[in-house]
Design a protein around this ligand. Structure first.
Ligand SMILES: [Zn+2]
Ligand SMILES: [Zn+2]
Length: 74
């Protein structure tokens, strides 16, 4: 199967942390500077589309995430 560079993380395998938005800090402010618990202050998260590999399988419909009831691969 062909592979191509992941269009979500551009092949880096990491994306911006969706909890802190890449800042590395928790979104709520006012008390103490709180490190983001999800990314542990790195501001990055593992790309879920390619599972951190940076490569995705080439599919005929890359923008549609449809769940097919049957698995008809031979
Ligand atoms: Zn990716
Ligand atoms: Zn974070």
């Amino acid at each position: 199967m062909m592979k191509e560079t992941c269009a979500v993380c551009y092949g880096t395998g990491a994306v911006k942390c969706e909890v802190c938005g890449g800042s590395g800090e928790m979104p709520f402010t006012g008390l103490l500077d709180q490190e983001c618990l999800k990314c542990k202050g790195s501001g990055r998260a593992v790309c879920r589309r390619c599972a951190g590999s940076g490569l995705t399988d080439v599919r005929p419909e890359p923008e549609v995430e449809a769940v097919l009831p049957e698995d008809g691969r031979g």
